[in-house]
Design a protein around this ligand. Sequence first.
Ligand code: GRF
Length: 207
Amino acid sequence: MVRIAVLVSGGGTNLQALIDAQARGEINNGQIAAVISSSPTAYALERAAKANIPGYVVNRRDYADNRAMTAALAQQLQELDIGLVVLAGFMYVLTEELVHAYPNAIINIHPALIPSFCGEGYYGLHVHERALEYGVKVSGATVHFVSEECDGGPIILQKAVAVNEDDTPATLQRRIMEQAEWVLLPQAVSLFCEGRLSVEGRIVHIR
Ligand code: GRF
């Protein structure tokens, strides 16, 4: 059984999708063992408590920089015997120490079709604002392994979502969550825990 830690900073709807998938028996060979929040007030911590999942806070304000916070996180993850780290709306870019501690064992969900609308500064509603400004007709979500390059790691799953003429950043964000993120993330987590993912360079093979 792979012990999974979900790292969050906010509302935690993707965490909820994982909790619901686990309750339906759809996370094969994995168990959400910890939710770690960068903020003590994140609603995601309440979702964890309701599901009887231990919640922890690693508060960015307690550390001088991202590197010091990452080191604390890495230590906590190792103490908890975590085998898969899931970034589900985690607002900080983690430094390479964590990537080295968990090679191809950190998964991120990004609300666009990478390599479009990703990288530094592309988070939250900004992603959808830029997609609408650009005039794309489809956007979507990407689940990928985390590498040292922001949003640049090997892609596990992607799903396209239509952009509507009257979309606002908020309506597009919501539709991408409903139609893509909440579906893809539990699938990718289960594939990882089942040992069905292998990585060759940039390419993820799914058995
Ligand atoms: C999602 O859009 C996810 O793709 C991005 O951050 C957002 C988190 O939302 N990385 P939530 O906290 O899961 O509701």
